[in-house]
Design a protein around this ligand. Structure first.
Ligand code: KG4
Ligand code: ZN
Length: 344
């Protein structure tokens, strides 16, 4: 089964051709056009600009994905079994570009159309090239817009069992970077400076930051207080500009401590076999390594997506669609709508 998948929920325009063969998912092509350079001067994504960029990028991106998969324009129908697209959650005007393009393609080519939840897509990035994941699992999904603990049963049904009450983990990294004037998106910058601090042996400059809700007896998160604690720590330190790597290291440690602690509690509570990571923040090396060692020390299996599939991309949407196509009756394609607040 081969799927042409589209993703345009935020500021990346992406198209991919994904194949499923006896349950093993492989990526034939995955093209991502990033808009970071357009939005970084505003310190965040400007929805109107993002939608306009998607409109001009989406057809060239689809053409490149098909070309890289060696599928000629007049051969799409013979090489593709279905079209998949992110239908939500995300920025509504960005989502609409992908959804309406996918509807037009499915209609013209008379192919089934599959709407995919963006978070479900991030989760299914774990199954690209890996059909050995042992279920049930707990998945820590951490991105710029979401922070959830999700349980997955043996049939890959998903249930949210914990979530952030305010900021998402990626949003917290982005806001921390903004407070220190480091640029956008902040996660990769904060984590690079944090690891430079560790490798320079700079442990003596540890800034005391809270671990919000680490002791609460539930599986929820809160990161807005941590951001405020960082703001006050910076305000009270006249020399903070000389200690930015130390601040990044302490901030990253606080976020990772909370994420790992809650994920371990969820894994124990639901008696799962495996802990999985998903979402843009799953590119964070410290989170990957601390969660892996905590999981393995308690007898859980651990897996995380390949780095290429951690940030927004259409291959993960294709991977989720392969699963959906094998389990669901398809709804009427013309009814698919962009759903900015779509629940998992
Ligand atoms: O999943 P994603 O690409 O987009 C959303 O669905 O939101 O996630 C983007 C988020 C941003 O907040 C970005 O700062 C964060 O992921 N991020 C990271 C790292 N790489 C990306 N956060 C921490 N460490 C990283 N290495
Ligand atoms: Zn995402």
């Amino acid at each position: 089964m081969r799927i042409l998948a589209l993703e345009s929920s935020c500021d990346d325009t992406s198209a991919a051709v994904v194949e499923s063969d006896h349950g093993l998912i492989s990526v034939i092509s995955n093209v991502v056009s990033s808009q970071i350079s357009l939005h970084e001067k505003f310190g965040g994504v400007v929805p109107e600009l993002a939608a306009r960029e998607h409109v001009s990028n989406i057809l060239p991106v689809i053409n490149s994905a098909l070309k890289q998969a060696n599928i000629a324009p007049d051969q799409i129908k013979h090489n593709i079994d279905a079209i998949a697209v992110t239908s939500g959650p995300g920025l509504v005007t960005s989502l609409m570009v992908g959804v309406e393009t996918a509807k037009a393609l499915a209609h013209t080519l008379d192919l089934p159309l599959i709407g995919i939840n963006h978070i479900e897509g991030h989760i299914h990035a774990n199954f690209i090239g890996n059909n050995k994941v042992v279920l049930p699992a707990i998945i820590l999904t951490v991105s710029g817009g979401h922070t959830n603990l999700v349980s997955m049963d043996k049939e890959k049904n998903l249930v949210i069992v914990g979530q952030t009450r305010d900021d998402a983990a990626g949003e917290a990294f982005d806001k921390a970077a903004q407070l220190m004037g480091l640029g956008y998106p902040g996660g990769p910058i904060v984590s690079r400076l944090a690891s430079e601090h560790s490798s320079s042996g700079g442990q003596q400059h540890t800034i005391d930051l809270p671990r919000p809700m680490i002791g609460s007896h539930d599986l929820d998160f809160s990161f807005s207080g941590l951001k405020t604690a960082l703001l006050y720590a910076l305000k009270n330190d006249h020399e903070w500009k000389q200690k930015i790597p130390a601040y990044c290291h302490s901030f990253e440690s606080a976020v990772v401590d909370v994420l790992v602690s809650k994920t371990m509690s969820a894994a124990e509570k639901f008696h799962v076999k495996t802990i999985l990571l998903a979402g843009g923040v799953s590119a964070n090396q410290k989170l990957r390594s601390v969660l892996q060692s905590s999981a393995e020390s308690k007898g859980f299996l651990f897996s995380a997506p390949e780095l290429t599939y951690t940030s927004d991309n259409a291959a993960m949407i294709g991977a989720a669609a392969c699963h959906k196509l094998s389990t669901l009756r398809l709804a009427d394609a013309s009814l698919l709508k962009a759903s900015p607040n779509q629940e998992l």
